[in-house]
Design a protein around this ligand. Structure first.
Ligand code: THU
Length: 133
């Protein structure tokens, strides 16, 4: 699956967004080394702080299907933004927890604009488990 196809899978996931409060729908699609795709969309709540982002839903979806971070190759994220969508800080931290350093994080929008970043570019000087040893 190429970057455009993974973005398309993220756009399809975005259609399942539950975002009646922000009206900002986000979709994500995670690609594994053995070719599996796991999708996620943002799911909001009337108690706003309980809302969950698309990226984390896709990552947790993959983990709940038995994948490990080592299996992760790429993550596409898409929203209806002017430029490629910018993932929130919480999602950058969760991406850094599970994705290998050399994986591709593909940021897109509905106009087909795309920006590909590494995990390190997305969250420089990340706090990691090893920092507590
Ligand atoms: N949102 C995401 O799904 N991912 C991000 O990286 C940024 C924000 C969602 C959360 C909330 O449902 C809506 O976008 C507005 O913040």
């Amino acid at each position: 699956m190429n970057q455009e196809e993974l973005l398309q899978a993220a756009i399809e996931a975005r259609d399942l967004s539950y975002s009646p409060y922000s009206r900002f729908a986000v979709g994500a699609a995670l690609f594994t080394k053995d070719g599996r795709v796991y999708q996620g969309a943002n799911v909001e709540n009337s108690s706003y702080g309980l809302s969950m982002c698309a990226e984390r839903n896709a990552i947790y979806h993959a983990l709940m299907e038995g994948c490990a971070g080592d299996d992760f190759l790429a993550l596409a994220i898409v929203a209806d933004t002017d430029g490629p969508v910018s993932p929130c800080g919480a999602c950058r931290q969760v991406i850094a927890e599970f994705f290998p350093k050399d994986s591709q994080i593909i940021l897109g929008n509905l106009r087909g604009e795309m920006k590909v970043m590494s995990v390190g570019e997305l969250l420089p000087y990340a706090f990691e488990g090893g920092d507590m040893q």
